[in-house]
Design a protein around this ligand. Structure first.
Ligand code: AMP
Ligand code: ZN
Length: 112
């Protein structure tokens, strides 16, 4: 298994964990783009949004149940952004599905 986030989930590479359950792991981004910048990932490897199917989408639902819990725990009462980069044109650098939670400041609106 040669995936950075699989290694983080396995504990082989250290991370600043903020949440974990049987399906989902969340940790602080190593290069934060906002005062709060957390990555939420499925424990089971999938490359990107393109790998989501009817068979495995329950983990995505779980991720979106967990996101507001993390946001509340982080005190993001004024809002936050959820982003998933899918593929090269979006700038995906780690090919393990992940959702960025960004908040703690007024975020820029540019999306492209
Ligand atoms: P993306 O560019 O959407 O694929 O996001 C990958 C994210 O992973 C980037 O925001 C990186 O800063 C972050 N990242 C890379 N290596 C680590 C690491 N070891 N621990 C935490 N975050 C990381
Ligand atoms: Zn992986």
């Amino acid at each position: 298994m040669n995936c950075l986030f699989c290694k983080i989930i396995a504990g082989d590479i250290p991370s600043a964990k903020v949440y974990e359950d049987e399906l989902v792991y969340a940790f602080r981004d190593i290069a934060p783009q906002a005062p709060t910048h957390i990555l939420v990932v499925p424990k089971a490897h999938m490359d990107s949004c393109n790998a989501v199917t009817a068979e495995n989408s329950a983990v995505v639902a779980r991720i979106f149940e967990v996101i507001p819990q993390i946001a509340a725990a982080e005190g993001l009462t004024n809002g936050y952004r959820v982003v998933s980069n899918c593929g090269e044109d979006a700038g995906q650098t780690v090919p393990h599905l992940h959702f960025h939670i960004l908040g703690g400041k007024k975020l820029a609106l540019e999306m492209a």
